[in-house]
Ligand binder design. Structure first.
Ligand SMILES: C[S@@+](CC[C@H](N)C(=O)[O-])C[C@H]1O[C@@H](n2cnc3c(N)ncnc32)[C@H](O)[C@@H]1O
Length: 193
């Protein structure tokens, strides 16, 4: 489906499901999201069929656009309206209502959690991640971190060492992307040792 058709469809779905205005910004308008799509598509090229999970997936613009034919894609979100619209917009994604504690996939090649964890307290997120990692084997975790975020909506910039423990190492950090109110967003890739 071309970009203009996608725009029209999302406007209609916004009216029907009363989506948050934020969901109107499709993938091409968000460079950080394009970066995640590009990097995950490279993983597919290296590994072949993969299992990708995204928590806080919204309508699935990131997970739905990763080039990974014949792969498994699970998108979790706590907003039913996003899930309903996502099921129409990104049909290759298996959407589930839920969050960290609901992920029970088993073997996950790539776990994406971007553009929402900045409101979760580090202790709480570390606790949720510990439980998730005890139930699932995850090869790569993708999270966003921030600089110049003091006084902005991006309350917390997380430390992967604290969240994921010694089993994971920072394999790559992206360039900085412009975020609201002068903050910079970085995409980090944490690999299992
Ligand atoms: C700003 S949108 C970002 C969507 C997507 N990650 C992206 O960057 O394109 C944040 C999404 O995270 C969801 N969300 C917020 N807190 C969550 C949580 N604790 N667990 C799962 N989803 C959550 C919201 O419902 C919303 O759909």
């Amino acid at each position: 489906m071309n970009v203009n058709l996608r725009k029209i469809l999302i406007y209609l779905l916004q009216k029907i499901y009363k989506l948050n205005d934020w969901q109107l910004s499709l993938l091409d308008e968000r460079p950080y999201a394009l970066e995640v799509v590009r990097e995950c598509s490279k993983l597919y090229n290296t590994w072949g069929g993969v299992c990708i999970v995204e928590i806080g997936c919204g309508i699935g613009e990131i997970i739905g656009h990763i080039h990974a034919p014949n792969s498994l894609r699970y998108g979790y979100d706590i907003n039913w309206a996003n899930i309903k619209a996502g099921r129409i917009m990104n049909r290759n994604v298996c959407f589930r209502f839920g969050t960290f504690e609901d992920v029970d996939i088993g073997k996950i090649d790539c776990l994406i959690m971007v553009n929402f964890t900045f409101v979760i307290e580090p202790q709480k997120l570390a606790h949720d991640m510990k439980k998730l990692l005890s139930r699932n084997e995850v090869k790569i975790i993708i999270i966003d971190t921030y600089r110049n975020n003091e006084g902005t909506e991006y309350t917390y910039s997380h430390d992967g060492n604290m969240l994921f423990g010694e089993d994971y190492f920072l394999s790559k950090r992206s360039r900085g992307f412009k975020a609201a109110h002068g903050a910079r967003r970085y995409i980090e890739y944490w690999g299992k040792r």
